[in-house]
Design a binder for this molecule. Structure first.
Ligand SMILES: [Zn+2]
Ligand SMILES: [Zn+2]
Length: 383
């Protein structure tokens, strides 16, 4: 055996072996069995401790019958009330489901099928058992808002197989398929001002077990990408229908239309004196009837976490996933730039004749640059 191997084997067997003498220098260790010589520390339960403890000059001792101190040193008793974790563990050991008084989302038809099938199976497997089938809550499998459940008998050891109590979204990809309610939930969240955290708070307040935030975020990324594609296709359709109806009514150039546009922000930027450190971080520029949209965002979690830790990390296009598409020092209020982006992307299908916006002439200039031809400018201060 080489020196290194020996060293490693020593490291692996570093615990004390039975009867090892090394600590006591040749003497074999033994427990003190004689009560008169008993010394050391003792931890009583709370009630006995309160009866037997004695305090003298802020020193805690136990008293013997003759009033002298015993050599045993007292330790504080353990907590009387079982902790939350102990309670939880005990309930699991005893077979109670800790979530048995919460609410879950189950498909009624699939739940009925699970119970009926398994009750029949249970009767066949054990004809003498009079136990009831209950949901094995300790072994529930969570899938966002949805659940996979199995049943168990509360008398015998009957255990059913798992049932998916939700509809799946068909996909050709390998692995677990998305549940329909989870996808629908994200579509719903995207149309409301609340986010995933807010939605979880609502569910938990109603005593419904909420999905984890990270799984919701993953689902949201997938759903919102699909929504983006869908909206782009919808805008193409709108543009085509506008051009075709222009053609029908006999316009000279059917691609020519009048549009209205504006940008809006997630927080007001016109009162920067009241919010000196927080200007707008998200801008949305739309050309109506919605023919083109531009969304600019400065929000990126990675940069905010790594700021002042790594030397050079700049949004957008840094390593990893960047959620922003504007530089942090870029002027979010430069509507001309955003209008130019939308107008140039539209220029293939649509030609703008007259452009209505607020008094901001930069937006008009941007549209002219994007469309590459002269456009009429209409100012509507109350639009
Ligand atoms: Zn049974
Ligand atoms: Zn970033």
């Amino acid at each position: 055996m080489g020196a290194i191997k020996r060293k490693i084997s020593k490291l692996i067997n570093r615990g004390f072996q039975k009867g090892q003498k090394s600590l006591l220098k040749g003497k074999k260790g033994q427990y003190l069995t004689d009560n008169k010589k008993k010394k050391g520390y003792v931890r009583l339960n709370a009630i006995t401790y309160r009866d037997r403890i004695n305090e003298e000059n802020k020193i805690l001792t136990f008293k013997d019958v003759d009033g002298s101190n015993t050599p045993v040193k007292p330790l504080r008793p353990k907590c009387e009330q079982p902790s939350y974790a102990e309670d939880y563990c005990r309930s699991i050991c005893e077979g109670d489901d800790p979530d048995s008084s919460t609410y879950k989302l189950w498909h009624p038809q699939k739940t009925a099928l699970m119970f009926n099938t398994e009750i029949r199976k249970h009767m066949q497997s054990n004809k003498l058992c009079i136990g009831n089938l209950v949901v094995d809550g300790c072994a529930s499998r969570k899938w966002g808002l949805c659940w996979q459940e199995r049943l168990k008998c509360n008398e015998c050891d009957f255990l059913s197989s798992y049932y998916k109590l939700y509809d799946e979204v068909p996909s050709r990809k390998r692995g677990r398929k998305s549940a329909k309610p989870n996808v629908g939930f994200q579509i719903g969240i995207a149309t409301t001002p609340i986010g995933n955290t807010g939605a979880c708070r609502i569910l938990n307040s109603a005593n419904v077990i909420a999905p984890s935030i990270s799984s919701m975020q993953k689902q949201a990324t997938r759903v919102n990408k699909a929504k983006e594609t869908l909206n782009e296709l919808d805008m193409v359709k709108i543009k085509q229908s506008v051009v075709s109806s222009n053609n029908k009514i006999g316009q000279e150039i059917p691609q020519m239309i009048n549009v209205e546009a504006d940008s809006c922000y997630n927080n007001p930027i016109f009162k920067t004196d009241s919010t000196p450190f927080q200007g707008g971080t998200i801008v949305t520029t739309t050309i109506k009837k919605i023919l083109g949209v531009y969304v600019g965002s400065k929000l990126c979690k990675i940069t905010s976490e790594l700021r002042n830790k790594v030397e050079t990390i700049e949004c957008p296009n840094h390593r990893g996933h960047c959620t922003s598409n504007l530089k942090p020092d870029e002027a979010i209020g430069s509507e001309g730039k955003w209008s130019e982006v939308v107008a140039s992307s539209m220029s293939k299908d649509i030609k703008i004749a007259n452009f209505t916006c607020d008094g901001d002439s930069r937006s008009y200039a941007g549209v002219c640059k994007g469309q590459k031809h002269k456009i009429g400018h209409l100012k509507d201060l109350r639009h």
